[in-house]
Design a protein around this ligand. Sequence first.
Ligand SMILES: Cc1cc2nc3c(=O)[nH]c(=O)nc-3n(C[C@H](O)[C@H](O)[C@H](O)COP(=O)(O)OP(=O)(O)OC[C@H]3O[C@@H](n4cnc5c(N)ncnc54)[C@H](O)[C@@H]3O)c2cc1C
Length: 380
Amino acid sequence: MSYRLSEEQEMFRQMVRRFAGEKVAPRVTEMDREDHLPRDLYEEVAKVGFIALFYPSEYGGSDADMLTCCLATEELCRVSTVLGGMLGVAHALFSSCFRLSATKEQKDKYFPDVISGKKLCMFGLTEPDAGSDISSMRSKAILDGDEYILNGVKNFNSGMDFADMTLIFAKTDPNAGMSGISTFIVEKGTPGFSHSVTGRMLGFRGIHHCESVFEDCRVPKENLIGKEGEGFRNLVKVMDEGRTLTGASGVGTAQGALEYAVRYAKERIQFGKPIAEFQAISHMLADMATMTETARHLVYRAATLVQDHSKESMKLATMAKYYATDVAMKVASHAVDILGGYGYSEEYPVERMMRDAKGLQLLEGTNQIQRHAVARVLLA
Ligand SMILES: Cc1cc2nc3c(=O)[nH]c(=O)nc-3n(C[C@H](O)[C@H](O)[C@H](O)COP(=O)(O)OP(=O)(O)OC[C@H]3O[C@@H](n4cnc5c(N)ncnc54)[C@H](O)[C@@H]3O)c2cc1C
């Protein structure tokens, strides 16, 4: 086990950091205030190779290892949790689900446009009555000749208004529990598939939370990903990557908040000296840095285990998700404290970081559910 990044990985990190500083940072405040993700910025992210990281080289991807994907995600999230976290996780889930189960024809059809940034596929798992308890999902897919007929509702189908298609999970055998769930890809514009943006969320502004409705929506048989009943298997596998990257998003968000708080504490004068000289503030900064560094190590460790398909990967990826996103929330909240009243103002970025950190704790399965999963492994 190596405790240091290679020279190449460090150079890569610096490259992403430069890109995030030059192209993303100037637009983050506007994205948050306007609740808008500019298409051209997404295309820039694709052009610089961020999306390609997640995809196989035979389709124009760069087949990066998990640690490299985490480094890129972390550096983008240091500046924008929306761009790095939400989009990184969306690509990781789509790519890994397709690599695991899709046919060559399906990959040929979708990968090139997704890698180039022309198209985007989101993830439709959660339903109004099936959040943490996936097994209670009601969406159904019934085979009728050469087509499946889909009926159901998915909520929190993030970014569906921006995206071109979604993976959806539906029951092909309602009596078979988790083994009755299958995965489909559904393109926007398919008759019977509609989506609407639901209310404004606390954070992740720019990516809208959508409700997708399937009403007698007919999709060709070829839109089934893998075999019938493999939906839960797909999920379990792809979530190791999704959780690790969500952890990396937490580390990046925490790092961004920490750096801002350090700068502010050195500049803000009260009682005739910089507030950084008050022990209450300097010790808070020390704790923030220590938590962030601890989370980073856990995420990198999870990334190497997930990459190696280790039997420990699920446990570590789950720990990384909840630990690093809890750290992001604590660090961003301390950053708000350090900025005092200004921290609570939209004029400063730390309140946005705190709102986004809260979203990281909830998406990809809440942190309560992650702890439950780790405990189950320990107690098995
Ligand atoms: C920013 C954001 C983006 C999202 N993006 C997507 C997306 O793109 N696609 C998608 O499918 N979903 C997405 N989600 C949905 C997310 O995955 C769910 O919100 C999450 O899984 C929880 O489901 P729920 O909201 O229905 O809460 P519930 O399952 O109703 O949980 C409510 C509370 O009960 C707790 N709880 C439930 N069961 C247990 C248990 N057994 N033990 C302990 N505590 C428990 C939960 O931890 C939580 O605190 C997103 C959510 C957010 C916030």
